[in-house]
Structure formats: structure tokens, C-alpha cells
Design a protein around this ligand. Structure first.
Ligand code: HSE
Length: 414
């Protein structure tokens, strides 16, 4: 019997306890040991649960109990999750987590501490909810040089965009629904402003390239400015708008890493990833494209990945298996202004023909797009690849000619 502790009894934590209790037999077969949840740490009271006796408010109960070998940290946030995780690893306990914020900000340090203490720090649930992605990248694709990873990494925003596009639901109503379904973060700004997807692409990039990529180095934009007219132009262009986290290795060895809404062609595999589903494309030099698809958020999908990590820890209590990356710095990341890509632009103007002529002077290879019921004072066009800095300069010049740019969205090559 292996004793485990669960820190946090929110959406994911309660799912972890439920999955362990409902799958005892299968877990026992796979890990050759019975799992017993000895403690659940939470500051709230849960008097009416069949396992209410397991709750504690005191972290030291877990830390000082040598019987507890594996701890699931599903509290979220950096503090006190970081302090508790560090203390557990230093005390010789393996830790598993769904906490992408913590892995993305302190991963290199915690992995080092785990290694020094000969225990595991595993975080399959931190990216893609129930989709296996950390192990496939770290193990199954280990023979490849990863050229690119790109994906829909946030279930909440994908759910919102799908509801807006298909059902013309308002942004606010779709977000409320995502919260009720347990998809959104405690502070949903982390979802809609792109920070959650940023943390996830940082984890994947760190795993692929062996150096910690910190979130503050990544150009991050969410979906709050996306309008139904942009959605309609995207459709007329032949694609859809998705919030994409992407990292590409450039020829000079730096990484083009961003999180932003992108136009993707309808023929792309990611174009049909809807609702709370995530889709992650990994481009290996040997494999070519490999795509992972599944539910990216929610209680049981995420709990499934956490419990799989617990089982892995139990199977490797003696022979450790290390996931590892080193500390990194800003020299790894190409400054956003220097990255090169094509864009879509939507603008308001008094004379759309004159505005299109001005745009043609400023941007490379423009193509005007039309849509049904477009107002007369609206201009939308795509332009060929330019650096982000050159685009900003061209936008400023276009605006100084009396045209108001309302949207600028990257066009992806996925
Ligand atoms: N809020 C996150 C999402 C939860 O919507 O993807 C899963 O990481």
C-alpha cells in the first residue's frame, strides 16, 4: 500500500480523489500497489464527503509523515504551491502536479531539487488536460530534433471562440458557461488574455529544447479583441481564428515563440479542433507532423493525467526517471519585432479604395478580402510576410493617413 497526499480539493483535486477511489483495481494492476489517499490538504471544510476524515489544514501533517511517498499538488498558483512542493521534494517525496503556472515559472529549479533528492517531479496534467503530451515529447519523440510545436492549448478560449462562431453567443455568456463547466482558471483573465496558453507553450518549449523558457519572454496576446467581423473575414479568406501557442526553432538557433490569435486555413488539422478540445502539433525532423487531440480542461480529463503521474511515481519509487531541463535566459528567444510572418488587417476608413491603395504602398503583396454585409467604411486585407516591427511601422503610417486599424492577426502556416 502506497500512501499519497492530495494538496487542494478544487475541481482537479476532487477529481483526483474520485479517480483514485473509483479505479482502485486497475491502478493496483498497473502499479502493483494499492494507493491510499492518506491526507487531503485544503483550508475549506468538506464535512459531508464519505472521505471527510482525510482532510487536514496543516501542511506539516503531510511533510512530516514518512509514510507519504507521493504528493499531488493541485492547488494552482505559485505560492504556497512552490514552497510546499520544494519542501516535499527535499523531504524525499515525489510530487506530481497540474499546476502549469508553477512549472512554467519554477520548473528548472524544482526539477533540479527533485534530481538532487532522487525523487520525481512530474507534470503531465499541466499541458493539454487529459491529452498525453509531456511523456510523448520527452520519451516517444526523443530521437527527433523538434522543429516546431504549435497548438490550441487553452480549452476555455477555444470553447468561447466556438460558441461565438457557431451559436453567435456573446463572449461574456460563453465565458460564464466555461466557468460553470470547470474549464476556466480561478481568475479567467489568465485564459482570455493568453497567459495560461503561454505557460503551456513555455513548458513544451523547455521540454523540447532543454532550457527553461520563462513566460515573460514570450509575446502573449489573448482573444478579448476578436470580433464577429474578424471571424467572418477569416471564413471568407478560407479559415478560422484560433488562439495558438507556437514555438519554432529558427536557423540561427533562437526560438520564435508566441501566443496569439491566428488565422489558420480550414484544411489545417487544428482548424477543426473545437469546444474545450485542445490540439497540439509536434513537427519532428524524423517523424514529420504528429498531432495530439483531446479534452484540454475539465475535472476528470485533468485528474486522469495527475493519477497517471502518481502511478508512474509509484512504479519508480526506487529507480527514478527524470524529466529535466536547465535554467534559461532571454538569449534563447528571438525578439518579437524581428520575427517574420504574414498578417490580416481590418480597418475603418472614409474611402476604402483610397485606404487600399495606401495599404498597398506600405505592406507587401496585399490582397483585399470581402464579406457579406460589410459596412462601406471597412477595409480588410492580408499581406505577405514582414517583420512584426515593419508591420507596426506600416500600421502607424496607415493610421496617420486617417485609417483606423481595428485588428491585426497573424496568419499561420500550420
Ligand atoms: N483553464 C485551462 C484551460 C484549464 O481552459 O485550458 C486546463 O489547463
Amino acid at each position: 500500500m502506497v500512501k499519497v497526499a492530495v494538496m487542494g480539493h478544487g475541481v482537479v483535486g476532487s477529481g483526483v480523489v474520485e479517480v483514485i477511489m473509483n479505479h482502485q483495481e486497475g491502478i493496483m494492476k498497473r502499479s502493483a500497489a494499492e494507493l491510499d489517499v492518506k491526507y487531503i490538504l485544503d483550508i475549506r471544510e468538506f464535512p459531508d464527503l464519505p472521505y471527510s476524515d482525510k482532510f487536514t489544514k496543516n501542511f506539516d501533517d503531510i511533510l512530516n509523515d514518512d509514510e507519504v511517498k507521493v504528493v499531488a499538488e493541485v492547488m494552482g498558483g505559485v505560492h504556497p504551491a512552490y514552497d510546499f512542493t520544494k519542501a516535499c521534494l527535499e523531504a524525499g517525496k515525489s510530487v506530481v502536479t497540474s499546476n502549469k503556472e508553477l512549472v512554467a515559472t519554477k520548473g528548472a529549479e524544482l526539477l533540479k531539487i527533485a534530481k538532487e533528492n532522487n525523487v520525481n517531479y512530474l507534470f503531465e496534467a499541466s499541458v493539454g488536460g487529459g491529452i498525453p503530451i509531456i511523456r510523448p515529447i520527452g520519451l516517444c519523440l526523443a530521437a527527433n530534433d523538434v522543429i516546431e510545436v504549435a497548438g490550441i492549448l487553452n480549452g476555455t478560449t477555444n470553447f468561447i471562440l466556438t460558441k461565438m462562431i457557431r451559436e453567435k453567443m456573446s463572449f461574456e455568456d460563453a465565458l460564464k458557461m466555461a466557468q460553470q463547466l470547470g474549464y476556466a482558471e480561478r481568475n479567467p483573465a489568465a485564459d482570455v488574455e493568453g497567459h495560461d496558453a503561454c505557460r503551456k507553450i513555455c513548458i513544451l518549449a523547455s521540454l523540447c529544447y532543454g532550457k527553461h523558457i520563462y513566460p515573460e519572454l514570450v509575446h502573449t496576446k489573448g482573444i478579448t479583441d476578436i470580433t464577429l467581423s474578424d471571424v467572418s473575414y477569416a471564413s471568407a479568406w478560407g479559415g478560422v481564428i484560433k488562439l495558438i501557442g507556437q514555438v519554432k526553432k529558427l536557423d540561427d538557433g533562437t526560438l520564435d515563440i508566441t501566443v496569439e490569435p491566428m488565422l489558420i486555413e480550414k484544411s489545417s488539422q487544428l482548424a477543426n479542433v473545437d469546444d474545450v478540445f485542445n490540439g497540439i502539433l509536434v513537427r519532428g525532423d524524423a517523424t514529420g507532423d504528429v498531432v495530439f487531440y483531446g479534452k484540454g480542461a475539465g475535472k476528470l480529463p485533468t485528474a486522469s493525467a495527475v493519477v497517471a503521474d502518481i502511478i508512474d511515481c509509484v512504479q519508480h519509487l526506487k529507480d527514478r526517471k527524470f524529466v529535466f531541463w536547465e535554467d534559461g535566459d532571454e538569449s534563447l528567444v528571438k525578439p518579437y519585432g524581428e520575427t517574420v510572418f504574414p498578417v490580416y488587417i481590418r480597418a475603418e476608413c472614409s474611402d476604402s479604395k483610397a485606404a487600399a491603395a495606401k495599404a498597398a504602398e506600405l505592406f507587401a503583396d496585399i490582397k483585399v478580402i470581402g464579406r457579406a454585409q460589410a459596412p462601406e467604411n471597412e477595409l480588410a486585407f492580408t499581406c505577405g510576410a514582414m517583420t512584426a516591427a515593419a508591420q507596426e511601422k506600416a500600421v502607424a503610417e496607415l493610421e496617420s493617413s486617417g485609417v483606423s486599424v481595428r485588428s491585426k492577426i497573424r496568419i499561420s502556416d500550420l
